[in-house]
Design a protein around this ligand. Structure first.
Ligand code: RP5
Ligand code: MG
Ligand code: MG
Length: 277
């Protein structure tokens, strides 16, 4: 859905996707003259961390495999090819190329969902009046690129363990550790202790991200780190950093309208805790 919006993100309406109706999303539905525009940002092509163009003589990727340090496997199973280009496992998006994404095929991300129970002044848990279920809260950030609220996630660096990415992105975006001196960073490590060692996997797979194209897409691993008593997370000095411009506790409910498919991930977290949604 979100990668079939008319305009590609950050192009000021200059890059328009071909309209793909719901019934034509699947590659299994024949569309003989399907010929969407081809777009990759010039600055992406120049990045050392990004893939070269397909057909470049120096670029001999091992598709669907761990390619050196670069994980080109998909959580969705084996992806197929058309004309030498990987095909988005969820179907047509109306745009070829990589857009804003660095890799052809899957671009791996990780999303840490840090939660606590919503409590009143006196510390008692707050329950929703309609569903009679306790209210959960999670740390959300406002994205610098589009202004939408989101989970403080980010891309997995080549060779990086997903467990490292989950903690690193949370620290960078919700605790602004990139701007802290050693003392500040050590203080946060002390407050956190082993908090990030006790996560639960919530989801693994495709993300409906507006940056996706027919040939490049984001996949993620979502982990929930829950602080049942709220003492650890209650002591953290939250401050937005890196690609986040604000950070705050957001109440978990179906009124959330988050970036990409992040609301779906939060719903899974709510179900896991039998919290209000
Ligand atoms: C998302 O893009 C993923 O779920 C993750 O939150 C994010 C990673 O991209 P950046 O935040 O690094 O732009 O949809
Ligand atoms: Mg980041
Ligand atoms: Mg991010």
């Amino acid at each position: 859905m979100k990668c079939r919006d008319r305009y590609y993100p950050r192009t000021n309406g200059t890059v328009e996707r071909l309209t793909v109706s719901d019934d034509k999303v699947s590659w299994k539905v024949l569309w003989d003259n399907y010929n969407p525009p081809d777009f990759t940002f010039e600055h992406i092509k120049k990045q050392a961390w990004a893939d070269p163009e397909i057909g470049d003589s120096n670029f001999i990727p091992s598709w669907n495999k761990l390619d050196g340090n670069v994980d080109r496997r998909s959580h969705m199973g084996f992806y197929t090819f058309w004309g030498g280009y990987p095909q988005n496992p969820c179907g047509r998006t109306g745009l070829r190329g990589r857009g804003l994404l660095g890799r052809w095929g899957p671009n791996h991300a990780a999303d840490p969902v840090v939660t606590r129970w919503k409590r009143g002044q006196d510390g008692h848990q707050i329950t929703d009046k309609m569903t009679n279920k306790p209210l959960l809260q999670f740390i959300g950030i406002r994205r610098r690129d589009c202004g939408q609220w989101a989970i403080p996630g980010g891309m997995v660096d080549p060779g990086e363990l997903v467990s490292t990415t989950l903690k690193r992105e949370f620290l960078e975006e919700a605790l602004n550790t990139l701007e802290l001196d050693t003392e500040g960073q050590e203080n946060i490590e002390k407050l956190l202790g082993d908090f990030f060692s006790w996560g639960a996997e919530i989801y693994k797979g495709y993300v409906d991200d507006p940056r996706n194209t027919d040939n490049a897409w984001i996949e993620t691993v979502v982990y929930n780190f829950h602080d049942d008593k709220g003492v650890i997370v209650g002591s953290l000095p939250f401050s937005a950093g890196d690609d986040a411009i604000s950070v705050k506790w957001l109440d978990v409910s179906n009124a959330l309208n988050l970036y990409a498919s992040h609301s779906d991930f939060i719903k899974l977290v709510a179900l896991k805790h039998n919290a209000h949604w």
